[in-house]
Every structure is written in structure tokens, then in C-alpha cells.
Design a protein around this ligand. Structure first.
Ligand code: PMP
Length: 527
């Protein structure tokens, strides 16, 4: 319903104005499978083919009848939904099914993963940030305990006259009367330096163009500077590495190295030695980078990322929030490139399109059980979303994984179509990328276009939105750009995508490509 001009607007004022300016300001009234409906001026229902599908959270489409029926039945049964701090065996039942699937799909195949449930994708990633910090703190405590023990050994050796304090480049011990005093100066200086290091927050690793959420910690893992920079002082920093240059990864983090100072008694001398300090908290990785034109990681990048984590000793967090739950033709997109994670995150389609749910899974050997109480939320692990998640998993796994095969096959058909459009419009389409039902088409750079409208929209990063507005108006198809570049369109429909849907999408894309090729920008102008 549109509000009268004089009515105050308390929600989405800026957003709605902007949506209207690019031709996307439609209010939908009904949704089913891959179709959204809105009512036109005469009250008639107008169908729109939805390629956005809740930004990829609807693997079984809008309002899937089997999921809706299940939801109704669990509500009719009056299952307890919110009963925090009671036995909630549905959480374990769900985690058991997830473990069986992970055992099948992770390269090591030996998974036992502890599950922590949450409400949103970003919360699941925040949970990983927190757990990785617990791991790092535990390593730091082990290191500092070692130093304390060595300090006592040195005091004992010097006190008994069995050792003297050697000159060290690390610490100026000043004018000390004797070795005991020298040692105490040394210990004080080492303690001061180590305390500074220990108080520092971790540095995280992520890939360029990463998207891991917009909460306080996760927004620092999301590279887009518009979203990240205003909050940079609130959380630890991230070093962004290039997925297309895996050979550079180890070198790129070399300058992050820090050393804790330790004391060693050997051959009658007390010396200072450096110990590697765990600066890096974790490496966060999307197997298919949504905000990077739906680009899947290469196997070489996957191997190098694993090697970096093993070398540094930090957990590898595979963020499958977007790519997981069958979208790429396997439950985990990372299984395509043989990427073995230490933690996994899932969200989006686990909610079946009607519930909010997410989960972080931790390799059992790394999991710190106290975390079960260190993180919690009123709404997490609730009976309703767990029942829906069980149903979604059952549907994914049914008929020996038919849904995965359908996602792969539909995705291939979609990709074939996009590739043929690319082949026919070489100056207009730059790339077609993706895997399964997670694909994108990227236009060539139009910042020097001869059409004023195309050039200006490309310059402001809005071309993809204007194209989306045009496709919606003229073809009744909903697409959106991917990522901050904005000169692309994404396709992440449900498994119900039909050949007819693909054919309609093809004619819409060919229409847009012809407009760009002919620089007929006025046709794109929002009305
Ligand atoms: N990680 C990835 C890879 C995502 O794609 C998203 C959402 N697009 C998130 C995290 C954040 O999830 P949410 O929007 O549910 O907070």
C-alpha cells in the first residue's frame, strides 16, 4: 500500500525512494515456487519470474507446499518452540543428520562436528569468530605458561650460580649490580613486551570481494569498503588475499608475523628466544564468492588456503551460507573443490523459506565445549525452525539426493543459455560464472559508453540495478546485480526452474544485450 505524501514514513524511506528510482519499487503480494505476484492498477495479479529467490535462500522455492504442510502440522501439534535451558533433542537430531552428510561430502570424511545453532548467517559467522578466538587464546595461554615456567627455571639457575645472563639484542638490561638483578630487569622487560602482544586482537584472513555478513565482527570480513570502513574501529582487522593468486598467499601474510619473547637456559647462559605468536585468528572462505560474480574457488586456491591454515595453525572456516544446502549440485559447494574446513557455516535454505535459522559446525577435535554456554540467543535452536530444517534436509537427501542432481542439471541448462548469450554479444557480456543454481552474467565495462545513461549508470555502479529494473518492467523477471561492482545480474532460482523459465530469461537478456550493444540507453531509463 502506498502512503499519502503527508504521512510520516518510519521504515525504508531512503531504500524505497531508491528502489523506485531504479524501477524496482514493486510490492509483491504472493509467492509460489519461482514466481512472485504483484497486483497492477486494476487489481489483476501479475506473475514475475524470481531469479533472486530470497538471495538464494529458497532452494525449494517460495512457499513450498511440502514445507508449508509440515510447518502447519508441527504448529498443530503444539510443539514447544521456545524452551531454552531444557533438553532440546531436536538440536542433536539435526546435528546428527548434518554430520552424516558432512562425512559423505568433506574430503577427510572423518567428520564429527559439534553444532551451535543461531538465527542468521552473519550470527553463525560471528560465532566462528568467537570460537576461533577461544582457540587462539588457548594457544596464547599455553605459550605464556611456558614462558612463566622458563622464567622460574632461569631464576633458579641464576640463583644457584649455574647460569649467567647473556647479552641480548632484545632487551637492554641496564646497569644491574649482578646477574640476579640483570635477570629481573630482563624478565620485567620481556613481560612488558609480551603483555602488549597478548592484549592485541587477532588479524583475520579472508578473500578479496568476500561477503560474510554485516554484524560488528563479520562486516570486517566483508570487503566492500562502504559497509566495512565506518565500523573499522569496532573490531579486529582483516587481511584480504587474492583467490586468483594462490601462490602469493603465504608471502602476503609474512608481514603479520609476531614473536613472543621467551627465556632459555642452556650451557650456563640465560638467553632470549623468539616464539611464533598466533596473530591470525582464522581464515574465512566462501567456496563460491557471491559478491565476486559467483566465482567458484579453484582447486589450486583451495589447496593453498588449506596449506596456509595448516602452516599458521588457525582454523579454516568454510562459509557455506550462500553456496551450501544443495545449491551447487552438492550439499557443500566446497566438496567440488576438495576444500576441507575446520568449521562450516550454513543458513539461508536451511530455513526452508519460512524460518530463520543458521548453524556453525566445528570439527570435534577443535571444539571447546564451554562454548555451548559462551554463545546463546533467545531464539536460536527453537523447535519450529529445527523441525523445518529437518524437513529441508529430508527433501534434499530424498531419492538418493535427487535435489542435488536437479540443481546441477538445471544449473547446467541455465549456464548453457548464458554462455550462448555471451557468445552472441562478445562486446557486451564479459563473463558468465558460477556453479549449479548460483550463477551470474557480467557485462563489459560501460564507463566509456556513448549512451549518456549507460555511461553514467555504469560510472555510479548502478547499471546492474537499472538493467534489473528494465527486465522487471518489460519482461516480468526479477534479477539483481551481484556484489559492489553492480554491472552484473545474478541467477539463484530454486530447483523448480523450468525450460520455459530459461527461455524467457534468454529473450530478456538478449533484449538487454542488444540495447547495450546498440547503446540505446534511453530504453533502459526507469519510468
Ligand atoms: N556469508 C555469506 C557467504 C553470505 O552470502 C551471507 C548473506 N548473503 C552471509 C554470510 C550473511 O548472512 P545473513 O544475511 O543471514 O546475515
Amino acid at each position: 500500500m502506498s502512503s499519502a505524501a503527508s504521512e510520516p514514513i518510519f521504515a525504508d524511506r531512503l531504500l524505497n525512494d531508491w528502489l523506485a528510482s531504479v524501477g524496482l519499487g514493486i510490492e509483491y503480494s504472493r509467492a509460489e515456487a519461482n514466481t512472485l505476484y504483484f497486483r497492477d492498477g486494476s487489481g489483476r495479479e501479475v506473475p514475475v519470474l524470481d531469479h533472486v529467490c530470497g538471495f538464494g535462500s529458497l532452494i525449494f522455492g517460495h512457499n513450498n507446499p511440502d514445507i508449508i504442510e509440515h510447518a502447519k502440522s508441527v504448529l498443530d501439534e503444539q510443539i514447544p518452540v521456545y524452551v531454552q535451558l531444557s533438553r532440546q533433542s531436536h538440536a542433536n537430531a539435526l546435528a546428527t543428520v548434518l554430520n552424516a552428510i558432512l562425512r559423505r561430502e568433506t574430503p577427510s570424511g572423518d567428520g564429527d562436528y559439534a553444532a551451535i545453532f543461531a538465527n542468521s548467517g552473519a550470527e553463525a559467522v560471528e560465532i566462528c569468530v568467537k570460537h576461533a578466538e577461544l582457540e587462539r587464546r588457548a594457544r596464547i595461554v599455553r605459550l605464556t605458561d611456558d614462558v612463566l615456567r622458563h622464567v622460574e627455571e632461569a631464576r633458579e639457575a641464576v640463583g644457584a650460580g649455574r647460569a649467567t645472563v647473556a647479552e641480548t639484542p632484545y632487551v637492554q638490561v641496564g646497569a644491574a649490580r649482578d646477574d640476579r638483578e640483570k635477570l629481573e630487569h630482563l624478565i620485567a622487560e620481556i613481560g612488558r613486551r609480551n603483555a602488549e602482544l597478548v592484549a592485541k586482537g587477532p588479524v583475520h584472513l579472508a578473500l578479496e570481494n568476500a561477503f560474510h555478513g554485516k554484524l560488528v565482527a563479520t562486516v570486517q570480513l566483508t570487503q566492500n569498503p562502504h559497509w566495512r570502513m565506518p565500523f573499522i574501529a569496532l573490531s579486529s582487522s582483516t587481511r584480504f588475499l587474492r583467490a586468483d593468486r594462490p601462490e602469493e598467499m603465504k608471502g602476503a601474510i609474512e608481514d603479520l608475523r609476531e614473536s613472543l619473547l621467551d627465556i632459555l637456559v642452556a650451557d650456563g647462559a640465560v638467553t632470549v628466544v623468539e616464539r611464533d605468536f598466533p596473530v591470525i585468528g582464522a581464515f574465512f572462505v566462501e567456496p563460491v564468492q557471491g559478491a565476486n560474480g559467483m566465482r567458484p574457488l579453484t582447486e589450486a586456491a583451495a589447496r593453498e588456503i588449506r596449506a596456509v591454515c595448516d602452516a599458521v595453525g588457525c582454523p579454516l572456516i568454510v562459509d557455506e551460507i550462500h553456496s551450501g544446502m544443495g545449491r551447487t549440485g552438492a550439499f557443500l559447494a566446497s566438496s567440488h573443490m576438495g576444500l576441507q574446513g575446520d568449521y562450516y557455516t550454513l543458513a539461508k535454505s536451511i530455513g526452508g523459506g519460512i524460518a530463520k535459522n543458521s548453524v556453525a559446525l566445528f570439527y570435534q577435535d577443535r571444539f571447546r565445549p564451554e562454548f555451548e554456554v559462551l554463545h546463546s540467543s533467545t531464539f536460536a535452536k527453537d523447535g519450529f525452525s529445527a523441525a523445518i530444517a529437518m524437513k529441508v534436509l529430508e527433501m534434499l537427501e530424498a531419492d538418493d539426493g535427487r535435489a542435488y542432481r536437479v540443481a546441477a542439471e538445471r544449473g547446467e541448462r541455465l549456464m548453457e543459455m548464458l554462455s550462448s548469450v555471451k557468445a552472441d554479444f562478445p562486446g557486451v557480456v564479459d563473463a558468465v560464472d558460477g556453479i549449479g543454481l548460483m550463477v551470474a552474467l557480467e557485462f563489459t565495462d560501460q564507463t566509456r559508453a556513448t549512451s549518456d545513461l549507460i555511461r553514467e549508470k555504469a560510472g555510479s555502479g548502478m547499471l546492474g540495478y537499472v538493467v534489473a529494473g528494465y527486465i522487471l518492467r518489460e519482461h516480468r523477471i526479477r534479477v539483481l546485480p551481484v556484489g559492489p561492482a553492480g554491472n552484473s545480474v545474478r541467477f539463484e532460482p530454486s530447483v523448480h526452474l523450468t525450460d520455459e523459465d530459461i527461455a524467457r530469461t534468454e529473450s530478456a537478456l538478449r533484449d538487454v544485450c542488444a540495447i547495450i550493444r546498440d547503446q540505446d540507453g534511453d530504453r533502459l531509463a526507469p519510468r
